[in-house]
Design a binder for this molecule. Structure first.
Ligand code: TRP
Ligand code: SF4
Length: 332
């Protein structure tokens, strides 16, 4: 039988923004009809870089609301929270026994994150093991498919190596070597032209109001050469225009392309049009999201149900692993 299991995890490091919406959420809902999806809140992955969990419960709650509002169907897909499944901890220990430290140190994101987050000598053993934690996510559900952006390919490669090593050593195909479902994420920059990120304060959040979004759009950086309204502008180097390409129709694109270089449309007007179109596109999502946010009991039920379903699959895999490794000799 063809393996249609797909595993996807998302760290719970902050509220979801427009970049997540255009990349991850749209992608997940498009894949959902074709695969049996396991969608995880990777909260243990989050604490590999920061132990600050005071907002975690809320972030997870809102994240799941956004998934549901975007169209993830909890009956079809299994939504669960990593820290609720102790099977993940157990397999993490077991796979860490067969993962050479040199493989972990070689993963490019390891050194990059140390630099970016200025972790210096303070990186933990858990942080080094991040790729093992991810391999576990994929392995427990025998997922043959993992949607990833290019930056995540090294994580998938080490997952494949770890699982292959297990299968070879124990001479048994317990694990499936996953394949990437490569997704080209549209590059949506933040309001200041840098990568959209919580830490830059340049994000447009799905959970904010239309007014807040409009305010941010009006503050967006435009063509840096257009200082005065009478200066001609160049839409091709303007982030506002890149947004128009996603959120406005052809008529607006034609108009801006024609009038911006002639300075006959001003940036304020151009941004107002964008804000209106963007808010219109987000309105349905925001409305649905609000319905879920108002119903925390429902979200809790969905997560509990997902945790149970995930646990059934995960514990079956884990029993198999323990048996193959010759462990749990005296367990009933
Ligand atoms: N490392 C991924 C990220 O930072 C998150 C993640 C955790 C993940 N577990 C996963 C992605 C399993 C795919 C499959 O985005
Ligand atoms: Fe950018 Fe629009 Fe201003 Fe042109 S008019 S520079 S496209 S914001």
């Amino acid at each position: 039988m063809e393996n249609k299991n797909l595993m996807f995890g998302m760290r719970s490091t902050g509220r979801l923004h427009l970049g997540h919406y255009e990349g991850v959420l749209k992608n997940m809902t498009a894949l959902q009809p074709k695969y049996d999806c396991f969608i995880e809140v990777a909260d243990w992955h989050s604490i590999t870089t920061s132990l600050d969990t005071k907002d975690m419960k809320n972030i997870i709650f809102e994240m799941v609301c956004d998934w549901l509002a975007a169209g993830i169907d909890p009956k079809k897909s299994t939504i669960f929270v990593q820290s609720c499944l102790r099977e993940h901890a157990e397999l993490h220990i077991l796979l860490s026994m067969l993962t050479p430290v040199s493989w972990l140190e070689r993963v490019p994101t390891y050194k990059e994150q140390i630099q970016q987050l200025d972790l210096g000598e303070n990186t933990s053993y858990g942080f080094l093991g991040y790729p093992i934690l991810q391999a576990v996510d994929i392995a427990l559900y025998k997922a043959a498919h993992v949607p990833v952006g290019r930056d995540q390919l090294p994580h998938l490669e080490i997952t494949r190596e770890i699982l292959r090593k297990f299968n070879n050593y124990f001479n048994s195909p317990v694990f499936v070597e996953p394949q990437a479902v490569l997704t080209e994420m549209p590059m949506l920059l933040g309001t200041d032209n840098r990568k959209m990120s919580k830490s830059y304060g340049n994000s447009i959040y799905l959970g904010e109001t239309a007014e807040e979004t409009s305010k941010k759009v009006l503050q967006m950086i435009t063509d840096p050469n257009r200082i005065k309204k009478s200066d001609p502008g160049n839409p091709d180097i303007c982030n506002v225009y890149s947004y128009h390409k996603i959120y406005s129709g052809q008529a607006v694109l034609d108009r801006v392309k024609d009038e911006c270089p002639k300075a006959s449309i001003g940036c304020v007007e151009c941004k107002k049009i964008l804000a209106a179109n963007l808010n219109e596109k987000l309105a349905a999502h925001r409305e649905k999201r609000e319905q879920y946010v108002k119903n925390p009991g429902l979200i809790e039920d969905i997560i509990n149900d997902g945790n149970k379903r995930a646990s059934l699959v995960a514990s079956a895999t884990l029993s198999d692993v323990n048996a193959k490794m010759g462990l749990k000799y005296f367990a009933k």
